[in-house]
Design a protein around this ligand. Structure first.
Ligand code: ADP
Ligand code: MG
Length: 272
C-alpha cells in the first residue's frame, strides 16, 4: 500500500469516528500481508471490535448518567446468605419484563439485607440492555426537588425524573418527609404510573408509609398507584454486614429496629 493511501485510511477512520478500528488497523494489515487469515475474517474482526467497544462505551455512559452510588451486580448477590429471597423472583425481574410492562418493584426489609444491592443490580442489567436508568436516593432527591421548586425550576427537574425508563427510588422511610416532599413524591409516582417502572426500597412496611409521608390519605393514594402493577420482595433477617462480622467472631446484637422489622415483614406478594 502506498504511503498516501495508508495515511488517508487512518485519517478517514478517524474522521468517520471509528477509533477502535483505526487502533487495530496496523495489526490487521500485517496479518493480511502475511496471508494469515482471509480478508473477510480480518474485516469482520475489525468491525466487531469497533462495535463491541462502542456498545461498552454506551453502557458506561448510561451507568454514569444513572448516578449509582456504588456498582453492584446480581452475580455478586449471595442467595444462601438471604434465604427469605426466592432466587426465581429475582431471575424473573432480571429478564426486565417489568420495565417493558411499566411495572414496579418494591424491596422491603431492615437495614443491610441487600435492598439497595438488588435495586442497583437490576438497574445495571437495564442499563446494559440499553434502557435509561436513574438512581435517586429518596430523601436527598425530594429535598433537591423542593429547593428546585423554590428556585422556580422544579417542573424541569421533576420531568427529568419522569423520563428514565427505570427509576430507582432508594431508601424510603429512613427520614420522615415534610408536606412538600410528600407531595413531590406523589407527583413522581403519579407521573410514572402505568408509563414507566420504578424500583422502590424501604425499611418501612406499607402500613408505616403514612408516618413517612406524614399523611395517611396521601400514602394510601401513593401505594394504590405503586402497587397496582407490582412485585413486592420482602426481605427478612439480619444485616449482611453484621452477619459477616459475627462470622468473623465479633458478636453483633440485632438492632431494635431490625428485630422489629423482622417480626413485621410479611410474606412476599406478587400483584398486578
Ligand atoms: P440495604 O439497602 O438493604 O440497607 P445494602 O443493599 O446496602 O442493604 O447491603 C449492605 C451491604 O451488604 C452492601 O455492601 C451489599 O452489597 C451487601 N450485601 C447485602 N446482602 C448481600 C447478599 N445477600 N450477598 C452479597 N452481598 C450482600
Ligand atoms: Mg439501602
Amino acid at each position: 500500500m502506498s504511503g498516501l493511501a495508508y495515511e488517508r485510511l487512518h485519517a478517514n477512520l478517524r474522521s468517520l469516528g471509528l477509533p477502535t478500528l483505526e487502533r487495530h488497523l496496523d495489526g490487521a494489515l500485517e496479518q493480511g500481508s502475511k496471508n494469515e487469515r482471509s480478508l473477510t475474517e480480518i474485516l469482520d474482526e475489525l468491525f466487531e471490535q469497533e462495535r463491541k467497544t462502542r456498545q461498552a462505551n454506551l453502557v458506561e455512559l448510561r451507568l454514569r448518567v444513572a448516578g449509582f452510588p456504588v456498582r453492584k451486580t446480581l452475580e455478586e448477590f449471595d442467595y444462601k446468605a438471604q434465604p427469605s429471597i426466592d432466587p426465581k423472583v429475582i431471575e424473573e425481574l432480571a429478564t426486565l419484563r417489568f420495565v417493558h410492562n411499566a411495572e414496579n418493584v418494591i424491596f422491603l426489609g431492615p437495614a443491610g439485607v441487600g435492598k439497595t444491592h438488588l435495586a442497583i443490580a437490576l438497574g445495571l442489567e437495564a442499563a446494559r440492555s440499553g434502557l435509561s436508568v436513574t438512581y435517586a436516593s429518596a430523601g436527598r432527591t425530594l429535598r433537591k426537588l423542593k429547593e428546585a421548586g423554590e428556585r422556580g425550576v422544579g417542573e424541569r427537574v421533576l420531568r427529568n425524573l419522569g423520563n428514565a425508563r427505570l427509576l430507582i427510588f432508594d431508601e424510603i422511610g429512613y427520614l420522615p418527609w415534610d408536606r412538600t416532599m410528600a407531595h413531590l413524591f406523589f407527583r413522581i409516582v403519579e407521573n410514572r404510573y402505568e408509563r414507566a417502572s420504578t424500583i422502590f426500597t424501604s425499611n418501612k412496611v406499607y402500613s408505616e408509609w403514612g408516618e413517612v409521608l406524614g399523611d395517611p390519605v396521601l400514602a394510601s393514594a401513593v401505594l394504590d398507584r405503586i402497587l397496582h402493577h407490582s412485585t413486592t420482595v420482602n426481605i427478612k433477617g439480619e444485616s449482611y454486614r453484621l452477619r459477616a462480622k459475627r462470622r468473623a467472631g465479633t458478636p453483633a446484637p440485632l438492632l431494635p429496629m431490625e428485630s422489629r422489622m423482622a417480626e413485621k415483614s410479611h410474606a412476599r406478594t406478587t400483584e398486578g
